[in-house]
Write a protein that binds this ligand. Structure first.
Ligand code: PHE
Ligand code: ZN
Length: 856
């Protein structure tokens, strides 16, 4: 029996299960082609609902046998489709029974990397969101939680699953996880792995064994991740009073992984890119990401695992909160100001982009076809912003009280956004019914500001509007916390930060007792994920760039000047104003400021940000022209700041052995920015020396990029010779060559790299390096007027979709901005979208994405 066409699932259709699971036992006999899985599941009736059928999910399973309370089931006692097995209620014992089944699966043939699969000779699993159903028949939904006992039979030397080890003899290992969990948190790993081990003593005095498991040869690259794990464990005890709850915590690095990492209970599985690091092979940015992701997955132990989601519509309950927590952690580890700017850059680049296009959806979506398509920037990053706003509105104490209540009230449960908001209401007494709209309404709100000054009173008149998004025409006003400070003409702060609560479409706020008209610093710390339509004159922004006490807005002032400068250059060739170049140079030269901050001030808006800027300003964006103009501005800045940049290059040298801490990595960031700006002016000699003397990957890669820009072809050969044995460094080699190809050559380069002997399209990291290298890091190349970039992406999406739909669907979002461009490009992209949509056997994942992009 075949299932009908892909179905849309609606939040409003949620119903609790008929049967709960009391306990699960799983036995695995591992074999690449024929793995046997035996399940023994104790079901008990859900007495809250009418007695009903037993519904089990199952996909790509060969059923060998099934029984209930020891009596085997014949085929006429259940119904089976491609995706489910149902036993009618009248065939089931009254209140409780034990289901046993034996199935066969084939991990070696599993290229989708979901369920049980093989990577580099090891077995591993990925079950979130709906991968467990590819392992055995089970109610694969997050509200069904149970303790798991797992036996693994395999000659592999290392056999791991969730929870605590119970037994190990011969080829058999047994694990028991006492904490009830949904099936998506199940994990199993078997392989010839080596551990880097340590331990952690919790604040109540329990010792936890910590292991990071890697393939032989990678042992030397695990120290940093281990340190990060221990810092995260300490931080969660200190800041959230959350202790770890098992005897062991295992992390495994795998090379083939669709996402970043996965928080399986007691057995986190990581994309090796986010675990393995050595100074020679990983950049400062890699170190930062490793620390953040290790923390993120660890923090899920409480926000996601102990308290999970009732259904997948509530995904932001765990992801928004866990991103918020990892951002807090990274801010504490690396400096709040720079961290906040980084987060906002990321939010604008990914989430604002999503919210402005056909894929816009609420933080809590109301329907989906394929849940994998909703692990989105909106759910994760806007989800985290919403929590930041909530904290600002109820205050730090209110937030702490609400979280304590959340952890006590919902421990062991599968909760909803309603539950989450209720704890805030109960803990603080605040009515959050209007605030809830942040979870329900898609689109980025725009706020515009008009000001007035009369008789010592300064008035800010603020308006909010959210444009319609696909499927959501009417928008209501949101609660928007707008943090504002006022600066006097002399640069002194006259009113420190005050949080204005915007709740209506239009509202006025008054500041009394001022002696002169101030310059407002609005949306300090980026207090809400909104677009601020307010551009004070040049003088005012230069004042903020020089004097704002809020580091975010100080940076933002420079950013907005850069953006306007670029737009003016694009519109009619207006050259950058000398005063702008001076103001920028002054900040960059200021050595009382953090070097990492100064590097951020020098970073120009991305090509996508300029594209959106053009659209907002009523211009048709031309990707080639945007690319060239951005380069021209960089050259102008370099020319104007030349002495400063040379001094920086000479001074910002980090002495001693490599450390990825924020201070030395900030220095490297600034120094390498100077190198990048100076190279087009002075020629490649400095970059060559930088490359030859580099003792870490951050410096080597920075020089590599400069040399590629300078047209040095020999450096790519040298780089490859040096690093061909290291897959993670090779990913960088692939990506940088595409990123730094001249736009007119980029597709050609990407094509020839995709034919390179080291190109393995089945490995998601490698695929992303080349195909994502083109779409994400060389927009002018991707948008080549010939349409070759679009055809190249479509070809690869179709090919990948047949073996790995999840990653294919994710990569298709390169097309989400298509409506921003000129009609010719739109027609070329539409042609490719239609070609994909019309292909035979397209996955549910890619069908949904392409459909949404064409409809919106
Ligand atoms: N839950 C993972 C995280 O946020 C992400 C993930 C989703 C990984 C789906 C794999 C598959 O940490
Ligand atoms: Zn997560």
């Amino acid at each position: 029996m075949r299932d009908a066409a892909p179905q849309t699932i609606h939040l409003s259709d949620y119903t609790p299960p008929n049967w709960w699971v009391e306990a699960v036992e799983l036995d695995f006999t591992l074999d690449p082609k024929v793995t046997r899985v035996t399940s023994r599941i104790r079901f008990v009736r859900n007495t809250q609902v009418a007695r009903g059928d037993l519904h089990l999910d199952g996909e790509a399973l060969t059923l060998i046998s099934a029984s209930i309370d020891g009596a085997s089931l014949s085929e006429n006692e259940y119904q089976r489709t491609d995706t489910a097995l149902t036993v009618p209620a009248d065939r089931l014992p009254e209140d409780a029974f034990t289901w046993e089944a034996e199935v066969q699966i084939s991990p070696a043939e599993n290229t989708a990397l979901e369920g049980l699969y093989m990577s580099g000779g090891m077995y591993c699993t990925q079950c979130e969101a709906e991968g467990f159903r590819k392992i055995t028949y089970y109610p694969d939904r997050p509200d069904v939680m149970a303790p798991f006992t797992v036996r693994i039979d395999s000659p592999m030397p290392v056999l791991l699953s969730n929870g605590n080890p119970v037994d190990r003899h011969g080829h058999i290992a047994e694990w028991h996880d006492p904490w009830p969990k949904p099936a998506y948190l199940f994990a199993l790993v078997a392989g010839d792995l080596v551990a880097y081990s340590d331990h952690f003593i919790t604040r109540s005095g329990r010792t936890v064994a910590l292991n990071i498991w890697v393939r032989r040869g990678d042992e030397g690259k695990t120290h940093y991740a281990m340190g990060a794990l221990k810092r995260a464990m300490t931080w969660d005890e200190e800041v959230y009073a959350r202790e770890y709850d098992l005897d062991v915590f295992n992390i495994v690095a795998v090379d083939d992984f669709n996402m970043g990492a996965m928080e399986n209970k007691g057995l986190n599985v990581f994309n090796s890119k986010y675990v393995l690091a050595s100074p020679e092979t990983a950049t400062d940015r890699d170190y930062e990401l490793i620390e953040g992701i290790i923390a993120h997955e660890y923090f899920h132990n409480w926000t996601g695992n102990r308290i999970t989601c009732r259904d997948w519509f509530q995904l932001c309950l765990k992801e928004g909160l866990t991103v918020f927590r990892d951002q807090q952690f990274s801010g504490d580890m690396r400096g709040e100001a720079v961290q906040r700017i980084d987060n906002v850059l990321q939010l604008r680049a990914r989430q604002f982009r999503e919210d402005a296009g056909p894929l816009a959806h609420p933080v809590r979506p109301e329907s989906f076809v394929e849940i994998n398509n909703f692990y989105s920037a909106t759910v994760y990053e806007k989800g985290a912003e919403v929590i930041g706003m909530l904290k600002r509105l109820v205050g730090d104490d209110g937030y702490d009280k609400a979280l304590d209540l959340y952890f006590t009230r919902h421990d062991g449960e599968a909760a909803t956004i309603e539950d989450w908001l209720r704890v805030f209401e109960d803990a603080t007494g605040r009515d959050l019914s209007q605030f809830k709209l942040w979870y329900l309404q898609a689109g980025t709100p725009r706020i515009s500001v008009r000001d007035d000054f009369k008789n010592g009173t300064y008035i800010l008149d603020i308006t909010q509007v959210t444009n319609p998004t696909s499927g959501q025409a009417d928008k209501h006003p949101l609660v928007i916390p707008v943090a504002v400070g006022l600066i006097g003409a002399d640069g002194e702060e006259v009113v420190p930060t005050r949080v204005l609560e915007l709740t209506q479409t239009r509202q006025s706020f008054r500041f009394e007792g001022l002696s002169a008209r101030p310059v407002p610093s609005i949306l300090r710390g980026f207090s809400a994920p909104v677009i601020l339509d307010y551009t004070p004159g040049f003088e005012d922004r230069a004042l903020l760039l020089a004097h704002d006490t809020d580091p975010f807005n100080k940076w933002e002032a420079g950013r907005s000047l850069s953006r306007d400068t670029l737009l003016a250059m694009l519109r009619d060739g207006t050259p950058p104003a000398a005063a702008f170049l001076d103001a920028l140079t002054t900040v960059v030269r200021d050595d009382t400021l953090d070097p990492a901050f100064r590097a951020l001030v020098l970073a120009l808006p991305s090509e996508h940000e300029i594209t959106q800027g053009c659209v907002d300003a009523g211009m048709v964006p031309d990707p080639t022209q945007i690319h060239e103009t951005r380069k021209a501005l960089a050259d102008r800045i370099a020319g104007a700041a030349r002495d400063t940049l040379e001094a920086i290059y000479n001074q910002m040298v980090t002495a001693g052995s490599y450390s990825s801490d924020s201070v030395p990595s900030g220095k490297r960031a600034l120094r390498n920015t100077a190198l990048r700006l100076l190279t087009p002016l002075d020629g490649p000699a400095r970059a060559r020396a930088h490359y030859d003397t580099a003792t870490n990957m951050t410096d080597q890669l920075a020089a590599f990029a400069c040399l590629l820009d300078a047209g040095d072809t020999e450096v790519a050969v040298r780089f490859h010779d040096q690093w061909q044995h290291d897959r993670l460094v090779l990913d960088k080699w692939f990506m940088l060559q595409v990123a730094h190809a001249k736009p007119q050559d980029a597709v050609k380069y990407a094509k020839s790299l995709s034919e390179h002997i080291d190109f393995d399209w089945k490995n998601p990291n490698r695929f992303r390096s080349v195909i994502g290298g083109l779409t994400a890091t060389n927009p002018a190349g991707f948008h080549d007027p010939s349409g070759a970039g679009y055809a190249f992406l479509a070809d690869w999406l179709l090919r990948l979709d047949a073996i790995n739909p999840q990653t294919a669907a994710r990569m298709s979002t390169a097309f989400e901005t298509w409506r921003l461009f000129d009609v010719d490009r739109q027609a070329l992209i539409e042609e490719q979208l239609r070609r994909i949509a019309g292909a035979d056997g397209l996955s549910r994942d890619l069908t949904e994405m392409v459909g949404r992009m064409m409809a919106g």
